[in-house]
Design a protein around this ligand. Structure first.
Ligand SMILES: Cc1cc2nc3c(=O)[nH]c(=O)nc-3n(C[C@H](O)[C@H](O)[C@H](O)COP(=O)(O)O)c2cc1C
Length: 164
């Protein structure tokens, strides 16, 4: 049976979901079984052999669905290879520097054995929820700062660790 990987994500405006789908796609190409699912709709992490958890960043916090997922499934996660990612910075240099994890993520890294965490650039497009989002967009600071080559390369590393 191929290793069964869960890519669980917390998103408000959908861009973290697209990152999770990309990661799952790369893992499937590497011969693994992989599924991207909203973190809030995963009944049990114990059904998977390895887990990737990602969340968008909002006001310096990891998305609440990602936080809750880790809290709720911590026992299963402690017994499985675990990777984390965040998605947030709306600037073109996000991919060029090593962005430290926010406090929520750091806490998880202290409590659980996390193979790796990475912060990917974020994305904010017209139609995003909330007045702050609208303000950012009106100020011309929106856009798509995700680097899908970087995301695919990271996923490939996970694939190698799980298959190699
Ligand atoms: C209200 C609001 C607050 C945000 N706060 C942060 C933040 O603290 N740090 C950050 O890097 N990005 C921040 N962002 C950018 C988001 O993290 C980025 O748009 C991300 O891609 C959203 O993920 P989602 O589309 O999956 O919800 C913020 C965006 C909004 C609209």
């Amino acid at each position: 049976m191929p290793t069964n990987v869960l890519v669980a994500y917390g998103t408000t405006n959908g861009s973290t979901a697209e990152i999770a789908e990309t990661i799952a796609e790369v893992l499937r190409k590497d011969g693994l079984t992989a599924r991207a699912r909203p973190a809030r709709s995963v009944p049990t992490a114990a059904a998977y052999d390895a887990v990737v958890v990602g969340g968008g960043l909002y006001a310096g916090r990891w998305h609440k669905d990602a936080r809750r997922f880790v809290r709720y499934h911590r026992k299963a996660l402690a017994e499985r290879p675990l990777w984390l990612f965040s998605s947030g910075p709306l600037d073109a240099l996000a991919y060029a520097r090593d962005i430290p994890p926010v406090r929520d993520v750091h806490k998880v890294m202290v409590r659980l054995e996390v193979r790796e965490h990475v912060t990917f650039g974020g994305c904010l497009r017209e139609g995003a929820h909330g007045w702050i989002a609208r303000m950012i967009l009106r100020g011309g600071q929106g856009g798509d700062f995700r680097d899908f080559d970087q995301i695919r390369a990271w996923a490939a590393r996970i694939g190698h660790e799980l298959t190699g």
